[in-house]
Design a protein around this ligand. Structure first.
Ligand code: SF4
Length: 299
């Protein structure tokens, strides 16, 4: 991996598992907040995941889409890399998480209790969701199996463009993104390298038989229409959960979108209600701060 992008991302807090690959972790804001006794993220509310014991990582920063709402930088694009082995990633999880959280050490920060600090050093959950498309990492099934064997729960978040790879993966919960009600919107908003629309639909069809969720990132004015088309796609998918989440005007997405593309929670909620009214899902929960509504399958 070239060092310039790597250096820029390192300055943003990325911890790389090796010098030749883009596999990295970076604790999210909620991990740090929970560590200091603050709120946990909506994944705690919806699924019971303790934020201070959660590792946000990716086995690759490469991606085959350029979603306009993505908060990663396309300037720091990784084109080629030497993949890190699953064993190297596994071994690096506690080490790099500790390094990334070092400033929060209980000895230095009296808002962090010794118990919480010890728990944070022994993470129990891995969210394969940092950035990039994880299914482009060739050893993803082996990596997840290794996490499973070591007792981590895993969330795998994919853009759905690689159904063959997804079918081989067995995370605790599998996410597929659905960010458009139709192919034309998908092409213009997610800007895939090729027309992957049918492949995304194939990935959605994999969700029926497992613990799963569809993630819809709602961008005001760009994909917040045709709820009945989303509903039809969700109905087909059979996914256990659906998260309708408002786009957040953060990171590099600010170069591509404007603040007005960020929907208020009321809009997210009413759009989720319209989807639920047109398929076999009902509202399970919501988190106003994160502008997210969780639907669950009822049949
Ligand atoms: S698929 Fe994910 S990582 Fe890739 S561009 Fe879209 S939001 Fe970013």
């Amino acid at each position: 991996m070239p060092s310039a992008p790597c250096d820029a991302l390192r300055r943003q807090g990325y911890q790389f598992f090796s010098t030749t690959s883009s596999a990295a972790l970076k604790p999210c804001m909620w991990c740090k907040r929970a560590l200091t006794g603050g709120d946990m993220c909506y994944k705690h509310q919806f699924y019971g995941i303790a934020s201070h014991r959660c590792v946000q990582m990716t086995p690759t920063l490469r991606c085959n889409q350029r979603c306009r709402f993505c908060w990663r930088s396309f300037e720091h694009e990784v084109v080629e890399e030497e993949e890190c082995s699953p064993e190297t990633i596994l071994a690096g999880i506690p080490r790099f998480q500790k390094k990334a959280l070092a400033g929060y050490n209980a000895i230095l920060d009296n808002t962090v209790t010794p118990e919480r600090w010890q728990e944070a050093l022994d993470p129990r959950h891995v969210a394969i969701s940092l950035s990039g498309e994880p299914t482009l990492y060739r050893q993803l099934p082996q990596l997840i199996d290794l996490f499973n064997r070591k007792g981590y729960t895993t969330f795998l978040v994919s853009n759905g463009t690689n159904p063959e790879m997804l079918a081989r993966c067995n995370p605790y919960q599998m996410y597929v993104s659905l960010d458009a009600p139709d192919k034309e919107t998908y092409i213009s908003l997610c800007r895939p390298q090729d027309d992957y629309w049918e492949r995304v639909k194939e990935s959605l069809a994999l969700l029926r038989s497992r613990r799963s969720a569809v993630r819809i990132t709602l961008v005001k004015g760009l994909n917040d229409f045709n709820p009945e088309k989303y509903a039809a796609l969700l109905q087909e998918s059979g996914s256990m959960f659906v998260e309708v989440k408002g786009y957040m005007y953060l990171g590099y997405s600010r170069k591509r979108l404007v603040r007005e593309n960020m929907p208020e929670h009321e809009l997210v909620r009413s759009f989720a209600e319209k989807i639920a009214a047109a398929c076999d899902y009902r509202i399970k929960d919501e988190n106003v701060l994160s502008r997210v509504v969780c639907l669950e399958r009822v049949k």
